[in-house]
Structures are given as structure tokens and as C-alpha cells.
Design a binder for this molecule. Structure first.
Ligand SMILES: N[C@@H](CCC(=O)N[C@@H](CS)C(=O)NCC(=O)O)C(=O)O
Length: 203
């Protein structure tokens, strides 16, 4: 099976999830941009309604949102079992954890970054007082994951899957802003994933 894949990406962003998934899947792809200028490309604007990265064309079909892209990439290579297959209960569990990662974890770590990192948002537009609330909400969700990963090595059980790429990214952001301290299972999990050859996240 040969699939034409164009990934609109820029290194230190959520694009990293997609690059990692493509490498796990063993799929060749054309990297478009991979610099801040990617955000100015009209072709990107035609795929992503907000002109953000990552975005992808798979055989010409457009898709955005990093979790959707990662899942679609894994679905291209079903024999590798990189994601629970369509129509199984496990697939619903994958959807459960990827939605949880975006709405209960990533949002709070990202909000903390936006309000403390001037390369993301100028100081006059930051509200650093919000960070304590971000930490509280992130850590509530992190506690739930800590319980899961205390009994199994990966989010879906005994084996790595792209669910882990999607869940680990907000943990990696959380580590950046110091929200992961004291969550020993999560710190070990991040290290475990980091030791995979295709991991793109920098600790
Ligand atoms: N929920 C989206 C978030 C995409 C996103 O915010 N991308 C950032 C880089 S990590 C971006 O392109 N920002 C440029 C902008 O805000 O215009 C996803 O997971 O793909």
C-alpha cells in the first residue's frame, strides 16, 4: 500500500505527535514547512480553519487536530496494531482517553504555558495568576492517570499504542511547567515512552 502523505508541521509543536506516529507506522511522508513560516502557507489555511499546525493531506484528503491525525495514521497500518481497531470496545476506550487528554490535561498545561512563556504570548497579554488554577485542574486529572498507570505500563494495557502518544504529550507539557512533580507513575511512564526509538518529545 502506497499512500501520499503531506504533513504540515513545525518541530517544537503538537506536530511532534504526528511525526512520531508516522515513524511508528513506517510511512514515508513529505514534511511541509517545519519552520514558523508554515503558518503563513495558503495551503495550510485551506486545511485548518485556524491555520494551525499540525495538519495533513492523506491521499489528498485533509485532516486537522493532532489526535485525529495520529489515529488516522495508525488506521493506515492495521496489521501493526498501533491503535484499537474500529468497531471494538477498545476503540471507544482509545477515544475516551484521547478526549480526556485534550480536555482534562492538555488544556491546563497549555494555558499555563501561554501565561508564562513570552515566546508564546507577550507579557502584557499574560495572566500569570491563572497558573495555580491550571495546576489544580491538571493535577486532578493526572491523579486519575497515575492510578491507571500504576497497574499497567501503557494506556491500553500491556502494549504501546498511539493512544500513548496522545496521552503523553500533555504530560510532557505538564512536566515543562512543573505540574508533574510527585506523580511518580507518570514520570516513569514519560521516561518509558522516551526510550522508544521514534519518540519525538524532548525531555
Ligand atoms: N488542538 C490542536 C492545537 C493546534 C495548535 O494550537 N497548534 C499551534 C502549535 S502547537 C499553532 O499552530 N499555533 C499557531 C496559531 O495559534 O496561530 C491540535 O492538537 O492539533
Amino acid at each position: 500500500m502506497v499512500v501520499a502523505i503531506k504533513l504540515f508541521e513545525y518541530g517544537p509543536t503538537r506536530s511532534l505527535k504526528c511525526r512520531w506516529a508516522l515513524q511508528e507506522a513506517g510511512l514515508d511522508y513529505e514534511s511541509i514547512g517545519n519552520s514558523p513560516e508554515v503558518l503563513t502557507l495558503g495551503e495550510l489555511g485551506n486545511i485548518h480553519p485556524l491555520g494551525k499546525v499540525p495538519a495533513i493531506l492523506i491521499d489528498g484528503k485533509p485532516l486537522f487536530e493532532s489526535s485525529a491525525i495520529v489515529t488516522a495514521v495508525a488506521d493506515l497500518v492495521p496489521a501493526l496494531d498501533l491503535v484499537a481497531h474500529h468497531g471494538t470496545w477498545e476503540r471507544h476506550i482509545h477515544d475516551q482517553w484521547t478526549a480526556f487528554a485534550a480536555t482534562e490535561l492538555e488544556i491546563w498545561a497549555w494555558c499555563a504555558m501561554l501565561n508564562t512563556r513570552e515566546f508564546l504570548r507577550s507579557a502584557d497579554k499574560q495572566v500569570p495568576e491563572i497558573v495555580d488554577q491550571n495546576r489544580e485542574l491538571f493535577q486532578r486529572a493526572a491523579g486519575a492517570l497515575e492510578n491507571v498507570l500504576g497497574t499497567q505500563p501503557y494506556m491500553m494495557g500491556e502494549s504501546f499504542s498511539v493512544t500513548d502518544i496522545i496521552v503523553a504529550y500533555p504530560l510532557y507539557l505538564g512536566q515543562e511547567v512543573g505540574f508533574l512533580k510527585g506523580f511518580s507513575m507518570l514520570e516513569e511512564y514519560v521516561q518509558r515512552l522516551h526510550s522508544r526509538p521514534y519518540c519525538t518529545f524532548q525531555l
